[in-house]
Design a protein around this ligand. Structure first.
Ligand SMILES: Nc1ncnc2c1ncn2[C@@H]1O[C@H](COP(=O)(O)OP(=O)(O)OP(=O)(O)O)[C@@H](O)[C@H]1O
Length: 247
């Protein structure tokens, strides 16, 4: 693993039924990075996140996270990472505090509930039922859950989908705070504006391949046909004909 890399993915492939969902993907994520994964629906983003967070195993290739080999040391890694899916259904009927406490039980190392509530501005809502909160506060609750074990790496699958602009801004400002604490964050998003302004680097997926991976600014500046935004990068690599380029 390169110095500074906390995630190292080497030539990873994964089949899901008849689908070749991930095709020889290689990349690294460095310590403290906010790393975005983008691509069309079905491109393989969630499957990739599941592979690097230890939720599933590759058919070929290797994944090393924080120096742990995911094939042999997945259980040891659990304490050091957290994986947040988009849904809040599981915690809908609980209070915010109950939800945090339930997830704390999964880990040996945990942060005090009141500290987490305060950090995420959730103290006034601690005894409210999650389902009755606004979308922004619900997503803030799920993000708070994702730090209960003080993880070094957090994986987020489309956490801001459905949020209004203000709630998105609040969400990303909390992510920026977590990054300042040195946490590494890998996030899937369909919102090219938030990807452009908030991520350190972005990987673009197309049909199971990682077709390009760099900082948003570099990707924009090096667009072969020009363009000023991540939207143009998305159209070029995730949708357009350059989607077959290997990195
Ligand atoms: N359990 C499964 N069995 C068979 N094929 C699957 C399974 N889960 C996903 N796939 C297929 O694997 C491919 C990658 O799916 P994946 O969910 O990773 O895409 P995605 O980029 O996350 O899409 P979205 O943006 O819609 O969430 C798709 O073609 C999908 O239909």
């Amino acid at each position: 693993m390169d110095k500074g890399a906390v995630i190292q993915v080497n030539q990873v492939s994964k089949h899901l039924g008849a689908n070749h969902a991930i095709k020889q993907v290689s990349f690294q994520v460095r310590q403290g990075e906010l790393f975005g994964v983008i691509g069309k629906s079905g491109a393989g983003k969630t499957t990739l996140l599941e592979l690097i967070s230890g939720q599933s195993k590759p058919d070929e290739g290797s994944v090393s996270v924080l120096g742990f080999n995911m094939l042999t040391d997945g259980d040891k890694l659990k304490e050091h990472i957290n994986f947040l899916m988009g849904t809040t259904t599981l915690i809908d009927k609980m209070t915010v505090r109950e939800a945090l406490e339930m997830f704390q039980d999964f880990y040996q190392r945990t942060i005090d509930t009141d500290v987490v509530l305060k950090q995420f501005g959730l103290a006034p809502y601690a005894d409210k039922i999650v389902k009755r909160l606004s979308g922004g506060l619900r997503q803030r609750t799920t993000l708070a859950i994702s730090v209960v074990n003080d993880p070094e790496i957090i994986f987020l699958d489309e956490p801001t989908t459905g949020l209004d602009s203000q709630a998105k801004r609040e969400y990303w400002s909390i992510l920026a705070g977590l990054r300042l604490q040195g946490k590494t964050i890998v996030i899937i998003s369909h919102d090219m504006t938030e990807i452009q302004y908030c991520c350190d680097r972005v990987g673009v997926m197309k049909e199971g391949k990682l077709v390009v991976c760099d900082s948003p600014m570099t990707l924009i500046e090096e667009l072969p046909r020009g363009g000023l935004t991540m939207e143009a990068v998305y159209m070029e690599y995730a949708v357009g004909s350059r989607g077959g380029v290997e990195v």
